[in-house]
Design a protein around this ligand. Structure first.
Ligand code: ARG
Length: 467
């Protein structure tokens, strides 16, 4: 009773059936599969390949099967291998042998590809949406914290004071690149493979344009062999997802660090933390830790698919069935990570006073004293040396640069004047960096506006595309 049983003299070995079946996971593609079949059968009718009454019977049957699957009443069979054959069997059970006409001019090779294209297209848009909501949350937090100063770090050592808005806006741009990449890949995802048959096209006078139009594909594959063997669009998706997870893991890591007692820069909302079964005092940042942890599996899916595809001859090979689970798992992992990061950012409490106190320690204004001396005509190299000695002196005394008197400062360099005390305040230090992309208030306000514009543009893009 196999759909391809004609050529066989024996039933399939039980282990083979179980080993080769994909229904356990590709049942996730039921909606996409039926959507593709509906478009295909309508086209077969329109092109006169199937009589209209057959088309209507098949359409009706497909809708019934879809309803049964949606309501969870459908039973899938491993003997029927995959979602495509399971649905075809359910269809013929429902409407009789005429259901067998659905597969005219089509192969599972172009069918599985269109299913994955539809699936990834929807999730590409969903990821863009999730990322844009995250960018929006970060922009809103940034707006609240234009005047919050914290130490910026290099080597995780205090470097220069930055506005917290500036730090958050760095992430807005990282996720902005992710959005750009996804939007760029959309055009390749939105390319229609159907009509390629098993490998070389089909003998029936099909109308691929009609199917593409109905399913909202902007273009189609020009080469049937490429169409049935291409999985680049999945590799790209996994690649983008890996980058997004890597970005989320960096943000997560900062949330974890910042919420530690040692930093004390933020407090994550109770609703997003968990406790310890033994230590009553604990409030653990499990969510960002798990996002950080799950980054590995998404990157692993990318490596796995690349390795599967490497050196595969054209065209379809069963190896390619391995393309699905990693993609499904990636969608699930990423959706969860984005859905949790957005409220975590929105709800986190920022301890501006602690940030500022730390920004004022650690000589984060040392560069500014050197730059000050340069404006007084001291060569930068010499200024660097003078400030280095000043810092050493302060460390010995347990003081900061601003704790020294003018006389003390002048004993290191007579060029130093009383205006230095203003210039070395953390706010002044931040605002002195008024070059494009710098951390001055003026620059940040400008960038905030720009980012809001980008976010609106992305939402407009989302509204304009087919899913
Ligand atoms: N379950 C298969 C897959 O996911 C569908 C395509 C099967 N095609 C074939 N010629 N066996 O790759």
């Amino acid at each position: 009773m196999k759909l391809w049983g004609g050529r066989f003299t024996k039933p399939t070995n039980q282990l083979v059936e179980e080993y080769t079946a994909s229904i356990g996971f590709d049942k996730k593609l039921a909606e996409e599969d039926i959507r593709g079949s509906l478009a295909h059968v309508r086209m077969l009718g329109k092109c006169g390949i199937l009589p209209m009454e057959d088309v209507q019977a098949i359409e009706k049957g497909l809708l019934i099967v879809r309803e049964r699957i949606r309501s969870g009443q459908a039973e899938f069979s491993v003997a029927l291998e995959d979602i495509h054959m399971n649905i075809e069997k359910m269809l013929t059970d429902e409407i009789g042998p005429v259901g067998g006409k659905l597969h005219t001019g089509r192969s599972r090779n172009d069918q599985v590809s269109i299913d994955m294209h539809l699936y990834v297209r929807a999730h590409t848009v969903e990821m863009v949406q999730g990322l844009t909501e995250l960018r929006q949350a970060l922009v809103e937090k940034a707006e609240e914290h234009i005047d919050t100063i914290l130490p910026g770090y290099t080597h995780l050592q205090r470097a220069q004071p930055v506005r917290f808005a500036h730090h958050l806006l760095a992430y807005v741009d990282m996720f902005g690149r992710d959005v750009e990449r996804l939007i760029d890949s959309y055009k390749r995802v939105n390319t229609m493979p159907l009509g390629s048959g098993a490998i070389a096209g089909t003998t029936f006078p099909i109308d691929r344009e009609m199917v593409a139009e109905e399913l909202g594909f902007d273009r189609m594959y020009d080469n049937s062999m490429d169409a049935v063997s291409d999985r680049d669009f999945l590799v790209e998706f996994l690649n983008h997802a890996s980058l997004i997870m890597m970005h989320l893991s960096r943000l997560s890591e900062e949330l974890i660090l910042w919420s530690s007692e040692e930093f004390g820069y933020i407090e994550l909302d109770d609703a997003f933390c968990t406790g310890s079964s033994m230590m009553p005092q604990k409030k653990n940042p499990d969510v960002p830790e798990l996002i950080r942890g799950k980054t590995g599996r998404v990157m692993g899916h990318w490596v796995a698919l690349m390795t599967t595809l490497k050196a595969l001859p054209l065209t379809y090979n069963k190896d390619m069935q391995e393309d699905k689970e990693g993609v499904f798992d990636t969608v699930e992992t990423l959706t969860g990570a984005l859905a949790l990061t957005v409220p975590m950012i929105r709800e986190m409490k920022v301890k501006a006073d602690v940030m500022k106190r730390n920004a004022e320690k650690g000589f984060t204004n040392a560069t500014d004293l050197a730059d000050y001396l340069v404006t007084k005509g001291v060569p930068f190299r010499q200024a660097h040396e003078i400030v280095g000695r000043l810092v050493l002196h302060c460390i010995g005394e347990g003081k900061g640069l601003l704790d020294l008197t003018l006389e003390e400062l002048q004993s290191f360099s007579p060029e130093i004047d009383v205006d230095i005390f203003d210039k070395l305040q953390v706010e002044s230090v931040a605002d002195a960096r008024n070059t494009r992309g710098g951390t001055s208030k003026k620059q940040i306000c400008h960038v905030l506006d720009k980012k809001k514009g980008e976010i609106n543009e992305t939402f407009a893009w989302i509204r304009s595309v087919k899913v």
